[in-house]
Design a binder for this molecule. Sequence first.
Ligand code: FES
Length: 79
Amino acid sequence: MYVCVCNAVTERDIAAAVCDGMTTLRQLRRDLGVTADCGRCARYAHDCLRSALAQHTDQAVATAPAFARPTLPLALEAT
Ligand code: FES
C-alpha cells in the first residue's frame, strides 16, 4: 500500500529502507522523498517506520547467535 502518494513510496519501500539501516523519518525523507512534498503522509510514514523497526529488531534478535542475544536480568529469568 502506498504511504506517500506524492513520491510513490510504499510500506515495502519503508521496510526495505529499515533493513538497509534507516531509522528516522528524516532519513526516509532524504532518501525516499517521504513527506517532502505535501507532507500528508508524515503520520502514516512514522507509523510504518516504527512498525518496520520493531519487526526488524525482532528478526535481528531471533536470528542473532546465542552469544549476541540480550539476556534478561537474573530476577526476571525463568527458573
Ligand atoms: S503524500 Fe507524501 S509528500 Fe505528499
